[in-house]
Design a protein around this ligand. Structure first.
Ligand SMILES: [Mn+2]
Length: 193
């Protein structure tokens, strides 16, 4: 019922994602990138969803394609969930601290894509992953989910904390915004794509 399965295979990546939005937190995550596994687990924990992903990518190139494509697949999953449940809270925002980092995140599951990312991070790498790939992840997720997402770093220096805080904030916001309601919150009459 609440299960959404998205499989995507290209010459660069092979991803199988299953999310059950109606079940509580459970995670089985294997992307071949330790830090990304840690981030997806954080997201699943705070979104409070049952999250299973098995992904392989052309990591001999770098991690760009894999991270980008997981963003696409997660976005498609969110879109499918919204299309199947349009009577939802729709909006959520939070300001969450995590150690030195303070992140403002706001989301509107509107059916219209808009992505704003004001996050400067001094380090170029976190773990063995280029920091810039995470902007790509959130952008592709946003476009494929057809939602409005604003992410702004208010403060913070540690790259691990800043990025983990964003995944945590995103999970917390989506838990609220995807929450099934009894009315369609739109004067237009649709939040479909
Ligand atoms: Mn951590």
């Amino acid at each position: 019922m609440g299960e959404v399965i998205i499989n995507r295979k290209t010459n660069e990546t092979d991803i199988q994602l299953t999310i059950d939005y109606d079940k509580s937190y459970n995670a089985s995550i294997d992307t071949g990138l330790g830090f990304l596994d840690h981030m997806l687990n954080t997201f699943a924990r705070y979104a409070d969803i049952d999250f299973t992903i098995k992904a392989k990518g052309d990591l001999y190139v770098d991690s760009h394609h894999l991270i980008e494509d997981i963003g696409i697949v997660l976005g498609k999953s969110i879109r499918q969930r919204i299309d199947e449940n349009t009577k939802i809270e729709r909006f959520a925002s939070n300001i969450i601290p995590m150690d030195d980092s303070l992140i403002l995140l706001a989301v509107d599951l509107s059916g219209r894509s808009y992505f704003s990312y004001d996050v400067d991070i001094e380090n170029n790498y976190v773990g063995n992953i280029e920091v810039e790939n995470f902007k790509e992840f959130f952008m592709k997720m946003t476009y494929n989910a057809m939602i409005n997402l604003h992410i702004k770093k208010l403060s913070g220096e540690n790259a691990h904390h800043i990025i983990e805080n964003i995944f945590k904030s995103l999970g917390l916001a989506l838990k609220i915004a995807l929450n099934v309601n009894d009315e369609l919150l739109s004067t237009k009459g649709t939040i479909g794509g």
